[in-house]
Design a protein around this ligand. Structure first.
Ligand code: ADP
Ligand code: MG
Length: 448
């Protein structure tokens, strides 16, 4: 990775300010899912074990610049304290004399957590004064909050004006896993895209077009594409104003020899609720007043067949309304299939809050190669955009050996393109389109 990490400074005796993503669900004053807290423990322990004093900061929910009692971080601090096996006191406010004193008293091996950063509107406004105060709490800044890296806030971007900024171990894992999809992916590479919001994912389809061999589109996403192909989709979730864009994606895929697999059959329901009447129909027979709520068995079969040769798979977005168990068959079937593929050596990377929740529900999350903790951030990363919270981290000086001898190949250069060409040439249909295929775009260096 080209960013400096916590392995690049000596923690002994330093006060380290860490931005973590402890935006976790809280119910009845208890943390309902602590996976984000657990994900940050390696970075915190690494620093504590090496004699640093650690000041943690996070947001929780959307308090919009006011103190909201139910959004206090106390339950998080309690959970973290149990995980670290040491006390995690929490300040009453991110600002103020009390907080400053508590920070000043902190000794090596001790932890302090600031109260919810978003109790002040200055956090999201990336206010300079607020960032300067946060910066005064440490000598070194570490960002381990990949989930907020796509936001330029005081605690992710502003603070780096005052402190040297390093990536935490979780941030590093995210950058390495996601940039592998853009830079040095093993082909065949398949992307399974589902979920609800076409608008949020068209950019990803577009940026991955020259890198992916096969797109499998399901879930609510698929409806807009099915309509673009001339099917009527009844009452299904739809983004009508994006039908033209969907059509353009289909045309672009055709020209570039990228295979797009859409559902052949879907489960339709009279209402999108538990216990509603439902049946399976081919996609050209979706009844007027029904909604497509899941991919059908033929589609599951087609998807798994297409995924079988894949060496790399990226999955974002459930393939049906999985919150209603009857409409979760497609999502669960693909989850099980991909878990098995990952176990037999394929690289399977999953991003997206709901996709990860679906995996956790069936207990398959830890079977995958990498689960991204950031939904929006992982999508923006794969769109090829620079994430502000990553750009501001210190750059590693190019290592003279790797700079001259092992220059990392760009997607447009030797390794990725011919590999993909070779993979595609095996498919007769794709081979004919190969000639018209433009050179793959170089991977935009997000993770410099
Ligand atoms: P992620 O959080 O993994 O990025 P999204 O937020 O884009 O995924 O989408 C998740 C939502 O998509 C889920 O709440 C699910 O119910 C919904 N969804 C999936 N398929 C359909 C469908 N056919 N119709 C309506 N909603 C759907
Ligand atoms: Mg979501």
């Amino acid at each position: 990775m080209q960013k400096k990490t916590i392995r690049d400074f000596a923690p002994q005796g330093k006060r380290v300010l860490i931005r973590v993503d402890f935006n976790v669900p809280i119910e009845d004053g208890k943390v309902k899912d602590d996976s984000r807290i657990r994900a940050a423990v390696p970075t915190i322990m690494y620093l504590l074990d090496r004699g640093a004093a650690v000041v943690l900061m996070s947001h929780l929910g959307r308090p919009k610049g006011k103190v909201v009692e139910s959004m206090r971080l106390r339950p998080v601090a309690q959970r973290l304290s149990a995980l670290l096996g040491r006390p995690v006191p929490i300040t009453g406010d991110p600002l103020g004399i009390g907080t400053r004193d508590a920070v000043a008293r902190l000794k090596p091996g001790q932890v302090l957590m600031l109260e919810n950063l978003r109790f002040h509107s200055e956090e999201e406004a990336n206010d300079e004064e607020y960032a300067r105060t946060l910066g005064s709490y440490g000598e070194v800044f570490v960002n381990d909050a990949f989930g907020t890296a796509h936001r330029a806030h005081a605690s992710t971007v502003g603070v780096t004006k005052y402190l040297p900024a390093y990536a935490g171990l979780l941030m590093e894992r995210e950058i390495v896993a996601l940039s592998s999809l853009l830079e040095s992916v093993a082909h065949p590479f398949a992307a399974v895209i589902g979920g609800a919001k076409v608008s949020g994912k068209l950019g990803v389809l577009d940026n991955l077009m020259d890198r992916v061999d096969t797109f499998l589109i399901g879930g609510g996403m698929a409806n807009t594409f099915l309509l673009a192909q001339g099917n009527s989709v009844g009452k299904s979730l739809l983004e009508r104003d994006l039908v033209d864009d969907a059509r353009k994606i289909l045309e672009k895929a055709d020209k570039s020899g990228t295979q797009i697999i859409l559902p052949a059959d879907v489960v339709v329901a009279k209402e999108v609720t538990r216990g509603a009447e439902h049946k399976t129909v081919p996609v050209n027979k979706i009844p007027n007043s029904w909604s497509a709520v899941d991919i059908g068995p033929q589609t599951i079969e087609a998807f798994t067949t297409a995924l079988e040769p894949a060496k790399t798979v990226f999955w974002n977005g459930p393939l049906g309304v999985f919150e209603v168990p009857t409409f979760g068959d497609g999502t669960r079937a693909i989850a099980r299939y991909l878990a098995a593929r990952a176990e037999s050596g394929a690289t399977v990377i999953v991003g997206g809050g709901d996709s990860v929740a679906a995996l956790e529900e069936v207990g398959l999350a830890d079977k995958m190669t990498h689960i991204s903790t950031g939904g929006g951030a992982s999508l923006e990363f794969l769109e090829g955009r620079e994430l502000p919270g990553i750009s501001v981290l210190l750059e590693r000086e190019p290592d003279p050996v790797s700079a001259s001898a092992k220059k990392p190949p760009k997607a447009s250069e030797k390794s990725a393109a011919p590999e993909k060409a070779a993979a595609k040439a095996e498919k007769p249909k794709a081979a004919s389109a190969q000639a018209a295929k433009p050179a793959a775009k170089p991977a935009k260096a997000v993770a410099k």
